[in-house]
Design a binder for this molecule. Structure first.
Ligand code: AMP
Length: 149
């Protein structure tokens, strides 16, 4: 089995945080590169009608900035001993962008939370985990957050 590149998909939820130790551990064991990937939703795709880009451009810049800050806050203890960690912010529909990134970069394994944020995202886009599990070009490890005992 070849595992040289691992994609950890994070929406910064507790659910995705539960999957990080698995992604990091496997990366350590295989000496693999670990991509920490977040996708900023593209609202214009969800509306289905024209939204002036001047109106949303600045908002995206801010969202992207805060997404970079969030990725930067990922616990360094979890990432200790990893030789190569990449931080990636993409824009679009999360499952599409994650699958495309995995294809383009020949990712060997995707690690994600079984659950992420709920609410409006789910209504607009459906389950990211399910779409990735069904359509990914490589194996997918889905980690469920254990309920508190
Ligand atoms: P969901 O299917 O939306 O409940 O999310 C399940 C998992 O997919 C999350 O725990 C994350 O690992 C991943 N995920 C969801 N949304 C995003 C996103 N915008 N960017 C990166 N990963 C995501």
């Amino acid at each position: 089995m070849k595992i040289e590149k691992i994609l950890f998909a994070t929406d910064f939820s507790e659910g995705s945080a539960a999957a990080l130790p698995y992604a990091a551990d496997i990366a350590r064991q295989y000496g693999a590169k670990l991509y920490l990937v977040h996708v900023v939703y593209d609202i214009t795709k969800a509306t289905g009608w024209y939204v002036p880009h001047v109106a949303v451009g600045e908002i995206y810049d801010e969202i992207e900035k805060s997404a970079r800050a969030e990725i930067g806050k990922i616990d360094p203890v979890e990432l200790r001993g990893l030789k190569d960690v990449g931080q990636v912010i993409l824009k679009g529909t999360p499952y599409e962008e994650i699958i495309k990134f995995a294809e383009d970069n020949k990712v060997d394994l995707i690690v994600l939370g079984t659950h992420g944020r709920k609410g409006i995202d789910r209504v607009l886009f459906g389950s990211t985990a399910e779409q990735i599990l069904r359509n990914a070009p490589c194996p997918v490890l889905s980690v469920r957050l254990q309920p508190e005992k």
